[in-house]
Design a protein around this ligand. Sequence first.
Ligand SMILES: Cc1cc2nc3c(=O)[nH]c(=O)nc-3n(C[C@H](O)[C@H](O)[C@H](O)COP(=O)(O)OP(=O)(O)OC[C@H]3O[C@@H](n4cnc5c(N)ncnc54)[C@H](O)[C@@H]3O)c2cc1C
Length: 397
Amino acid sequence: MKIVIIGSGVAGSVLARTLSDEGYNVLVLEKSKRAGGMCKSYYYKGFTYEYGPHILANHHASVEVEKFIKKHINTEKTKLTSASYVKNKICYYPPSIHSAEVLGLKQKVLKEISNLPKKIDHKNFETYLLGKVGPTLYNNFFKNFTSKFWRVNPKKISSDWAKTRKLGESIYKKQMFFNEKWCSYPKNDWNELFVNLLKNINIIYDVKVKRVNLNKKYLVINQKEKIHYDQLISTINIDELFDYKYGKLYYAGYDIVPKIIDLKKQKNLDGKAISMLYYPESKYRHCRITNYGTFQNKKTYPYNSKTILTIETPNAKKRLYPLLDDKNIKIFDKYLTEASKYKNLITFGRLGLYKYLTTDTTVAMVFRLKKFFKNWQEVSSSKRYDFYKTIRGSWKN
Ligand SMILES: Cc1cc2nc3c(=O)[nH]c(=O)nc-3n(C[C@H](O)[C@H](O)[C@H](O)COP(=O)(O)OP(=O)(O)OC[C@H]3O[C@@H](n4cnc5c(N)ncnc54)[C@H](O)[C@@H]3O)c2cc1C
């Protein structure tokens, strides 16, 4: 069976490795000049950075997932600090009574917390968080940030997004939302993962797949070269694959600009340099500044005197984070129903299944797909749709 995989991000590369190890004939097509998708590391004046902080943390994944990842990349434990810049002050993030104290609002927030409703209203992102943290923390830390980042009213976003990000769960603690056990980062860089995953795998770079004929089972690269397949696995945007016939899915995204600064100029909280500093206020165009040196654990030149930041500014054209709202979930469902009709197609990954994914949850998703892979072409469309639902999973896996 000839398997063609479009895309060499975490989803495409892990699948290519797994299927190739099982003896399948695999070809990967990648539009970029190198593998890794959103997870690749970039090099700049002796530093490395990614498109936003790429931390390996346990987002509900299993021991098998951890083993798989650590077999293919050297990682080491790290710690992150996060904070929010509000009213010209550096406050603890996630928001808590300690953040309120920095702003002189502790008593007000404590009073609000003591009056929180017994039953939380899960109607949307805003009602959920108001019920979890009260109005002062919500308005100062979540409301504007969410409107700025997503470019929509928080009332339009599902409360599931707040739950996925574990927002509002630590109002008494001074902590990060990543748990300690898994929190790690590549010893070298993320690119090592893709070099190892794609060893001995047939891959063509710098080819953007423009046209797929799902009925005749071929795709076209370089204007007119046809590549036939028995099984296509597409990790590109599902709406793009179907030529946007049911409309364009909504995403939030940002541009990044790297900047090198002296260690002396790092922003600190309680004497620790801040890894991720959030800017919820609308007077700032950027939404976050990430300081990579704080979690890369590198001590030699140039890290001994400088560090690298990325300044992250929302950009409507960047398709990075799927929006969890009823409208887009309905559009996605139309595409998924359509995709299920094609037994020789598997749409997959964060773009193919319109799901917020991290490295570990992507690997977990590959493991779920593997259970259905052998029967994929034998079953009915409706059964394949059910398979997709299980593979995509919930916001908890
Ligand atoms: C902003 C951001 C921050 C993140 N932070 C973290 C983090 O802290 N920790 C973590 O574990 N994970 C993080 N992730 C997730 C991680 O980077 C991956 O996105 C995720 O693991 C799933 O990757 P994927 O392979 O499904 O998609 P992608 O990485 O997007 O890969 C898709 C691939 O398909 C290729 N492609 C697209 N269209 C075509 C075409 N027409 N022809 C050929 N090739 C094409 C792309 O070039 C790309 O290589 C983050 C993701 C984003 C977007």
